[in-house]
Design a binder for this molecule. Structure first.
Ligand SMILES: *Cc1c(COP(=O)(O)O)cnc(C)c1O
Length: 395
């Protein structure tokens, strides 16, 4: 049995020690001043992280709960929405919209590709009744980044809402909500935020709030207007807060932001370069060629190789847990998560475990010096001068 386990999955992600310690604190009362001070402090960091002047609401649910809350509060049954679907999580938007009895128009891209801003614009222009677009920033099932900045820009011009699932993007790659004009940005606790699952965070733009205020959401628990008002008025949540998770959040935000937001993105970018260079040097195919996500690298396995066996070997022999593919990519893909509290040594261990797993499953293993190549790419990415912009947009 390996002595250490390394969690290189796209959520949950490893917890920093300071967060683990914060989580063990005894209960604070969610209506008393000590807890409210923590809520207020967390708000300041959350606004910085989301890039918004508005409130960032904590919700007691996993990320999907925040997706549902967004759909129920922003749209009424019968309204039409455009869903960008290029993977498992895009499909989820469609399922939630259908549950809300919205009319769903789908814009699909093949798995491994992003939707294009041009196609989004065409769909929206062709149907002015579309009240919003639902999309992922990072589609975690394929490791692709959708052009959120461009899409939000189009949405502002065409007066429709841009609703963004940033669950595997917030705290991982830049997604400044106000600057880009995003109307709803949401995330979950167990990815870039380095917390256990169970807490979601959601923010709306002023025009999204206006829409949410028009009519109540036809559900009892996730009433965003009421949540906003109790946060603004009392620094509290409507119902009992997930106290430990918020105490942990306060700690994880301090840990994440200690060198500023720019440093977070530069670290994540460099780890992404490390993973991609290592995979390429091994002679494997990266599933997302362009518009690739940060924080997750999706790798196509050679034809005929048993992906489950690769993952099992990596876990059992080397203690490295990675994810497989979903749906038709099950058994054919490995997804290496490198978001949150993960460093170069973790990702290098992941590459090594992947390489050994492939060998054990009867595959080839590419260049001998794949780890050197990977680390050289990481160092080169870190050496980009601080003034130089990171590649945040689509080509
Ligand atoms: C992880 C993830 C989800 C699902 O979140 P849960 O916390 O499991 O509900 C949704 N969307 C994206 C993009 C994700 O990465």
């Amino acid at each position: 049995m390996p002595e250490k386990t390394r969690l290189l999955t796209p959520g949950p992600t490893p917890l920093p020690e300071c967060v683990r310690l914060a989580l063990t604190r005894d209960m604070l009362h969610h209506r008393k001043s000590e807890f409210m001070a923590i809520m207020r402090r967390a708000q300041e960091s959350l606004r910085l992280l989301f890039g918004t002047a508005g409130p960032v609401l904590p919700l007691s649910c996993s990320g999907t709960g925040a997706m549902e809350a967004a759909v129920y509060n922003l749209f009424q049954p019968g309204e039409k929405v455009l869903v960008a679907e290029a993977g498992k999580f895009g499909q989820r938007w469609g399922q939630i919209a259908a549950a809300r009895k919205l009319e769903v128009v789908t814009l699909s891209a093949p798995w491994g590709k992003a939707v294009t801003a041009r196609d989004v614009e065409e769909k929206l222009k062709g149907d002015p009744a579309i009240a919003g677009i639902l999309l992922q920033h990072s589609e975690t099932s394929t490791g692709v980044l959708h052009p959120v900045r461009e899409v939000a820009d189009i949405c502002r011009r065409l007066d429709t809402l841009a609703v963004v699932d940033g669950i595997s993007a917030v705290g991982i790659c830049p997604c400044p909500m106000d600057e880009w004009g995003i109307d709803c940005l949401l995330t979950g606790s167990q990815k870039g935020l380095m917390l256990p699952p169970g807490l979601a965070l959601l923010a709306l733009s002023p025009r999204a709030w206006k829409k949410a205020e028009i009519s109540p959401p036809d559900c009892f628990y996730f009433n965003l207007v009421k949540e906003r008002d109790s946060l603004a008025g009392k620094g509290q949540t409507n119902f009992t807060s997930p106290v430990n998770l918020i105490v942990g959040l306060d700690e994880s935000l301090a840990f994440l932001l200690k060198d500023g937001l720019e440093a977070v993105y530069r670290k994540q970018w460099a780890l992404t370069m490390l993973a991609r260079a290592g995979v390429s040097a091994m002679g494997l195919n990266l599933f997302a060629r362009e518009n690739f996500a940060w924080g997750i690298t999706s790798v196509l396995l050679p034809e005929g190789l048993d992906g489950a066996r690769v993952l099992r070997c990596a876990a059992e022999k080397f203690g490295v847990l990675m994810a497989g593919g979903q749906d038709h990519l099950k058994g054919r893909m490995v997804r290496i998560g490198h978001m949150g509290h993960v460093d170069w040594a973790d990702v290098a261990a992941g590459l090594f475990a992947l390489n050994q797993g492939i060998k054990e499953a009867g595959g080839f293993c590419g260049a001998r010096d794949y780890l050197e190549q990977a680390l050289a790419a990481w160092r080169a990415a870190l050496a980009v001068s601080p003034g130089e912009a990171l590649p945040v947009t689509h080509s």
